[in-house]
Ligand binder design. Structure first.
Ligand code: UD1
Ligand code: UDP
Length: 361
C-alpha cells in the first residue's frame, strides 16, 4: 500500500502519531508518506510534538503558515495537489477539523484519491465555528470514516453518509496519551511553577470567539480573581498571546502565564491539575480519560461523550462564570473513572486493521 498522512497543527500530531505507527507496523513493506502543511510551525506548536511522539521526519513540508481561512485553505489546496498527483497514493488519511484537514480532503476529492478521516462525525451543530464546517465537508468527501464515540455514527447517518463507510475504532488522541503515560507521570511539571499536584487550575483558551474580542480581557480579570484562592497555570496559545498584548505583563502572582508547553509537560500538568478550564477539544477528551474535572468555556461541544461521562461541564461562552470555578471544583469529584469504551490506547491498531483488511480484499 502507499499511504499519505497529512498533519499540520498541534492536535493533529497527537491524533496521527499512533495511526502512522500502527499502519507502518501493519504494512511494513508499504510506503508511508508524511505531509506537514505547516499551519503550525513554532517549535513548541509543532517540532517538539513530532519528536516526543516519535513521528518520522515529514517527507513534504508545505510551509503554508498563518493567514486568513481563505489563505490557509487555498494555500494547502494549491501546495498539496501536486504532491498527491506525484505520489499517487492508495489512500490519504487526515485527522480532526482544522483548515489543513479540509483543504487536503478537497484535494483528494478533486483528484479522485480515496480519503480516510480520523475523528469523523463529531458535531457541535454550530456552524459559526470554522471547525464545524471543516468537519461536515471533510466527512462528506471521505471514503472511510473512523469514529471515536457512538453518537458520531448517528450524526453521519443524519447527513446521508453510508453506514458501511463508518468504523468505530476509538480515540487515537488517547492512544498517544496512553503510550506516553509512564513518561509523563514521572515528570512533575507543576513543581517548576512551585506548585503541588492537585492544587491548581490548568487553563487553555484559544478559540477566536473568546480570544479575538473583548471576552478575553474579562476572562483574564476573572482568572486573576480565582488565582487569589487557587493558583492558575495558563500555557498561552500564540493566537491568545497576540490578542493579550501588554495585558500579559500586569498579572497577580498566582496567575502564571507561560508559553505553550511541550506535550509531555502538558500531560503532566493536566494529570496533576485539580481541574482544567478550557475551550480546547482535545483537553476535554484527555481530562475525561484522566478523571480530571474540566470546565469548558463554550456554549456547546462536539464531544458530548465527555459531558455524559461526568468529567466535563459546559460553562457557556461567559467569562463571568469563571468566578464559580473554585466552588464547582470543590464540589466536583476527582480520581480514576473508567474511560469511555474504546478510549483504551488501541484505537490506531483497530484503524490499521480496517485499512489493511479493505486493501487486502
Ligand atoms: C487552529 C485550528 C483550531 C485548533 C487549533 C489548535 C483552524 C480553523 N483552526 O487554530 O481548530 O483548535 O489550531 O491549536 O484550522 N501562530 C503562531 N505560531 C504557530 C501557529 C500559529 O504564532 O506555530 C499564531 C499566528 O499568529 C496565527 C495564529 O496563531 O495567525 C492562529 O493560528 P491558526 O493556525 O490560524 O489558528 P489556530 O487559532 O491555531
Ligand atoms: N497541548 C500541549 N501543550 C499546550 C497545550 C496543549 O501539548 O501548551 C496538547 C494537549 O495535550 C492536546 C492538544 O495539545 O493533546 C490540544 O491542542 P489544542 O488545544 O491546541 O487544539 P484542539 O484540541 O482544541 O483542536
Amino acid at each position: 500500500m502507499k499511504l499519505v498522512h497529512v498533519v499540520g497543527t498541534r492536535p493533529n500530531f497527537v491524533k496521527m502519531a499512533p495511526v502512522i505507527a500502527a499502519l507502518r507496523a501493519a504494512d511494513p513493506d508499504g510506503r508511508h508518506v508524511l505531509v506537514h502543511t505547516g499551519q503550525h510551525y513554532d517549535r513548541m506548536m509543532s517540532g517538539i510534538f513530532l519528536e516526543q511522539l516519535g513521528v518520522p521526519e515529514p517527507d513534504h513540508m508545505l510551509g503554508v503558515g498563518s493567514g486568513s481561512h481563505a489563505a490557509q485553505l487555498g494555500g494547502v489546496l494549491e501546495a498539496i495537489a501536486p504532491v498527491l498527483t506525484a505520489e499517487e497514493p492508495d489512500l490519504v488519511i487526515v485527522p480532526g477539523d482544522v483548515n489543513s484537514t479540509l483543504a487536503a480532503a478537497l484535494a483528494c476529492a478533486h483528484l479522485r484519491i480515496p480519503l480516510a478521516h480520523v475523528e469523523a462525525g463529531l458535531r457541535s451543530f454550530d456552524r459559526t465555528m470554522p471547525e464545524e464546517v471543516n468537519r461536515v465537508l471533510t466527512d462528506q468527501v471521505s471514503d472511510l470514516l473512523f469514529t471515536h464515540s457512538p453518537e458520531a455514527a448517528i450524526n453521519l447517518a443524519a447527513e446521508g453518509v453510508p453506514g458501511e463507510r463508518v468504523h468505530l475504532v476509538g480515540n487515537t488522541m488517547i492512544d498517544s496519551l496512553v503510550a506516553l503515560e509512564d513518561r509523563f507521570r514521572g515528570i512533575g511539571a507543576c513543581s517548576a511553577h512551585g506548585l503541588e499536584a492537585g492544587s491548581y487550575l490548568l487553563v487553555t483558551l484559544h478559540r477566536p470567539a473568546l480570544v479575538d474580542g473583548p471576552l478575553l480581557g474579562a476572562a483574564i480579570d476573572a482568572l486573576a480573581a480565582v488565582s487569589e484562592s487557587m493558583p492558575v497555570v495558563f500555557p498561552v496559545h500564540p493566537r491568545t498571546r497576540a490578542a493579550l498584548g501588554e495585558r500579559a505583563g500586569r498579572l497577580p502572582e498566582g496567575l502564571m502565564l507561560t508559553d505553550p508547553v511541550g506535550y509531555l509537560d502538558f500531560l503532566s500538568l493536566e494529570a496533576d491539575a485539580r481541574a482544567a478550564l478550557t475551550d480546547s477539544g482535545g483537553i476535554q477528551e484527555e481530562t475525561t480519560y484522566l478523571g480530571v474535572p474540566c470546565f469548558t468555556l463554550r456554549d456547546n461541544t462536539e464531544r458530548p461523550i465527555t459531558i455524559e461521562h461526568g468529567t466535563n461541564h459546559l460553562l457557556g461562552l461567559d467569562p463571568e462564570r469563571i468566578a464559580e470555578v473554585p466552588g464547582l471544583v470543590a464540589a466536583a469529584g476527582r480520581g480514576p473513572v473508567d474511560p469511555p469504551p474504546l478510549w483504551d490506547g488501541r484505537a490506531a491498531e483497530r484503524l490499521a486493521a480496517v485499512v489493511t483488511g479493505i486493501h487486502a480484499t
